[in-house]
Design a binder for this molecule. Structure first.
Ligand code: SAM
Ligand code: SAM
Ligand code: SF4
Length: 376
């Protein structure tokens, strides 16, 4: 079981909320593709001697900005270095404004078999507030065009908790998303990150974060509507029709090793985590001129791994297996935090059956707070 992530660090314009790594200048794009294919050769052995890729994920940034030739070059390098399972899940993140009929034909002819389309909203003023490059009309059109081009395996991203007088706009966004009939939806609460335009506005006082209560109510609406439309919540922000989980992301949450390529990508080999430098020029120069991938390596102690497992597993519907935590990762939670575990259950925030701790809907609202309290 292995996964490959490729980070494509370019975007047409900067969305006002986003602090992922990307550049709006395309000056280095072709050199980047060259460096990425070189990195595929340099680091193929990271996943062991004969890995078979079960999942490939092109994320960003905006992978739909790659030309057909660039995409071909990248896949040729992947198939040269790795065995790819015949039923591998191969996802590409796409922005609606890139999904022209020509682009969709190119993608349909490529190995990509799953599209993750970043819609964020169907409401024009919210799209403008977020500085998205697409219109409200394009949100729905892009998904229908992808379906017409033969893509059935589609995920859409939405953002909730955008400041508004009532919950009506969020309800309309959800209804518009359900009407598309896609098997997978990711819905993220707006986070105001330092260093973004929203972050600066918050600091200057020209923008306010929506009250926690407002966001919590939208999360509750989300859970109700998802259940009503037959979608299962398999992670705090991820919902799918039965059996349609993203295999790539599920592998991250299960602690399966993966290789991340490109600037800002992270990798995990079972013991260490590696972070590639989040700088396009430094990445391209180091890889192409010195055959080196500039990265920091973090040795994960048993304690780090136990904490990571706690944090990720409690966000999932499967929950946290306390026997695994004790036997494989050396943390005996009932022995060390017995009182807090009982308190969580008494407050209705978690259930504990057969050694598996699962957060309730109420508990999920406080997931970050609860995991912090359980950290060693
Ligand atoms: C990093 S983007 C990459 C994909 C693609 N460029 C796009 O815009 O859809 C992946 C997703 O992260 C989510 N995201 C990024 N920053 C966020 C923030 N500050 N708050 C909430 N969601 C965010 C958005 O829903 C976005 O679709
Ligand atoms: C988890 S993905 C969104 C999942 C999507 N909604 C889906 O179900 O397919 C969100 C973002 O995480 C980032 N990401 C994922 N794996 C990464 C890795 N190994 N290294 C760096 N960034 C990564 C990418 O920027 C990606 O846009
Ligand atoms: S949300 Fe997507 S398109 Fe917008 S800046 Fe972030 S990565 Fe780029």
């Amino acid at each position: 079981m292995s996964g490959l992530y490729l980070h494509i660090p370019f975007c047409k314009q900067a969305c006002h909320y986003c602090d992922f790594h990307f550049s709006t200048s395309m000056a280095l794009k072709s050199r980047f593709v060259e460096a990425l294919t070189r990195e595929i050769q340099l680091r193929a052995a990271y996943l062991g001697p004969t890995p078979t890729l079960q999942t490939i994920y092109l994320g960003g940034g905006t992978p739909s900005l790659l030309t057909a030739t660039e995409l071909d070059t990248i896949f040729a390098a992947i198939y040269q270095q790795f065995a790819v399972a015949p039923d591998a899940e191969i996802t590409l993140e796409a922005n609606p404004d890139d999904l022209t009929p020509t682009k969709l034909r190119e993608l349909a002819a490529s190995p990509v078999n799953r599209l993750s389309i970043g819609l964020q909203s169907f409401h024009e003023p919210h799209l403008r507030l977020m500085n998205r490059a697409h219109s409200a009309q394009e949100s729905g059109q892009a998904v229908r065009a992808a379906q017409d081009a033969g893509f059935e395996n589609i995920s859409v991203d939405l953002i909730y908790g955008v400041p508004a007088p009532t919950h009506a706009l969020w309800e309309q966004d959800m209804a518009a998303a359900f009407a598309l009939g896609v098997p997978h939806l990711s819905c993220y609460a707006l986070t105001i990150e330092p260093g973004t335009v929203f972050g600066h506005r918050l600091k200057k006082g020209t923008m306010q974060a929506p009250p926690d209560e407002f966001v919590a109510q939208q999360f509750e609406l989300l859970l109700t509507e998802m259940a009503r439309h037959g979608y299962q919540q398999y992670e705090i922000s991820n919902f799918c029709q039965p059996g349609r989980e993203s295999r790539h992301n599920s592998a991250y949450w299960r602690g399966v090793p993966y290789l991340g390529l490109g600037p800002s990508a992270h990798s995990f080999d079972g013991h260490t985590r590696q972070y590639t430098v989040a700088n396009n020029a430094r990445y391209v120069t180091a890889v192409l001129e010195h055959d080196e991938v500039p990265a920091t390596v973090e040795n994960l102690s048993a304690q780090d791994r136990a904490n990571e497992y706690l944090m990720t597993s409690l966000r999932t519907a499967r929950g946290c297996d306390l026997a695994h935590l004790r036997d494989a990762l050396g943390l005996d939670l009932p022995a060390q935090q017995g009182a807090y575990l009982r308190q969580l259950q008494a407050d209705g925030w978690a259930t504990l059956h057969h050694d598996v701790l699962v957060l309730t809907d109420q508990g999920k609202l406080l997931a970050d707070h609860i995991t912090l309290a359980l950290f060693q």
